[in-house]
Design a protein around this ligand. Structure first.
Ligand code: PLP
Length: 482
């Protein structure tokens, strides 16, 4: 969905009248109802050239879906309003995206210092939106407006230029993790530091989690359910983001992988409720937990282990886009991209990115546990599922040809350390100051080096994506000797 805003025009009058007169939309609006087309036309002619207001239309894939704007622009301040008019476009995060665009216009083009708004105290859905956009509640104006003949109380919210820049900087670091060269020997090896993704110790699970919580933040859910082992980076991040929203978080974990780790200690810190059962009971326990919550009137948001699924895949389609932009700016082309592959969602996203952009390069997931054919099959299925949902036509052979899931470097299995991996951890830390854990990234980096040797690859530009897992590095500390 492409969201944009543009100045309100004469052709928008009939839409505005229809949207405002819709009772679902106007409950908290203070218009003289019903709004009349002729009066609205007069309003339009009177206001179209005024500089003390900016009235705009929200477009979603070129279709007009609502109105947004700024009133009383004066002395660096303005009052903001928004109404999403088209029913089927509600609850999709469109108002939020449009608000960011409007704030950009307000602070950059109009050079405002403060944007404020008033909202009826009862209108909690709108307040959620404003808070997500960075507005801060500054007070209550009692009986300050009339709605359907009654005085109503309203909260005042505002966002200042510096609040706005804080959000902007976060958005920028989310969309551009550091990427730089670390080796220049047989090959030039670059690293993309997704471990520095700025949420809960970063990593690919944080990238995916933002997409899940984007959906949760649109409303309707009151708790989160997911599963994973005690070393799961995914479960740590999900419980962190749930706690920051005051949402209860339920984690189901396998008994066989339940030794305390820094990740599981943090899950406890975030007060996630953990249910530990033998691995063969995990599936049923999840089902039971979900029905139990529903039976007491809760509406849980369920996330698959590891952030598997199309929203997780989307996170790495977006990452692929960042890599393309880096290549364009720096006039470079990575012949190979390597990373640790587990559930294969990260890999699926990257390969989807490649198929969408029709690039010709070698994307290699270094398996940290799963063996082929299953390991590879799961990636292929995730790719097809994503492309299908997005209505992108593909050919199965191409998907097969582009999915390289290498299972020769799994060592002794999931989570098993060996000397080679420890050597890699030590080297990365000493030479580059980069922490890598033994379960995922050090294992994958060591696997990549072996792969390059085995295939006699030389003089190539290579990208390794550091997929995170920093807390696991601390669990490894006692094993690393320097
Ligand atoms: C989960 C994880 C991976 C594997 O990602 P998938 O998308 O599941 O393949 C790699 N590295 C780290 C640090 C992880 O936590």
């Amino acid at each position: 969905m492409k969201i944009s805003i543009r100045k309100f025009e004469e052709r928008d009058i009939s839409n505005k009248v229809r949207w405002i007169n819709d009772n679902e939309n106007n409950r908290y609006l203070h218009y003289d109802l019903p709004l009349e087309e002729e009066k609205t036309r007069q309003w339009y002619y009177k206001t179209e050239n005024r500089t003390d207001r900016y009235d705009a239309v929200i477009e979603c894939d070129k279709k007009s879906v609502g109105i947004i704007g700024l009133l009383g622009i004066e002395k660096g301040q303005a009052e903001y309003y928004v109404t999403l008019g088209e029913k089927e476009y509600k609850g999709k995060g469109i108002a939020k995206s449009a608000t960011f665009l409007l704030l950009k216009y307000a602070f950059s083009a109009l050079k405002l210092r403060t944007v404020y708004l008033f909202t009826e105290t009862e209108n909690t859905a709108a307040q959620k939106l404003f808070e997500q956009c960075g507005f801060i509640k500054t007070g209550v104006a009692e009986k300050s407006a009339v709605n359907r003949g009654k005085y109503v109380d309203r909260f005042r919210y505002q966002i200042t230029l510096s609040d706005y820049y804080k959000i902007l900087q976060f958005e920028q670091s989310v969309h551009d993790t550091p990427l730089y060269q670390i080796e220049n020997a047989a090959n030039r090896i670059f690293i993309k530091r997704d471990d520095l993704f700025p949420v809960s110790f970063g990593g690919n699970k944080a990238r995916k989690a933002l997409n899940f919580f984007n959906e949760i933040d649109r409303g309707g859910f009151d708790c989160v359910v997911t599963y994973g082992s005690s070393s799961s980076n995914h479960c740590r991040i999900i419980s962190n983001m749930a706690a920051s929203r005051n949402l209860p978080c339920y984690i189901i974990g396998p008994l066989e992988a339940s030794n305390p780790t820094f990740n599981s200690k943090m899950m406890k810190l975030f007060r996630a409720e953990m249910t530990i059962v033998p691995v063969e009971k995990v599936h049923n326990t999840i089902e039971e937990k979900l029905s139990e919550l529903k039976s007491i009137g809760k509406n849980p948001y369920f996330i698959q282990g590891g952030g598997h699924g199309n929203l997780g895949t989307q996170a790495y389609v977006d990452c692929y886009q960042e890599i393309l932009e880096f290549e364009k700016t720096n006039r470079i082309f990575f012949d190979h991209i390597f990373f640790a592959s587990g559930t294969g969602t990260t890999q699926a996203g990257l390969v989807c990115g490649q198929l969408i952009h029709k690039d010709n390069r070698n994307i290699v997931g270094i398996s940290i546990a799963r063996k082929n054919p299953r390991g590879r099959q799961v990636v292929v299925e995730s790719i097809c599922e994503y492309l299908h949902e997005k209505n992108i036509s593909y050919n199965k052979k191409q998907v097969d040809d582009n999915t390289h899931f290498e299972d020769c470097y799994t060592g002794d299995g999931y989570g098993k350390r060996n000397l080679n991996i420890q050597k890699m951890q030590k080297e990365m830390l000493l030479r580059h100051g980069i922490p890598m854990d033994s379960v995922y990234t050090a294992k994958a980096y060591a696997g990549m080096k072996k792969y390059l040797d085995d295939k006699d690859i030389k003089n190539s530009d290579i990208l390794f994506i550091h997929t995170g897992g920093t807390p696991l590095f601390f669990d490894d500390l006692k094993m690393i000797r320097i």
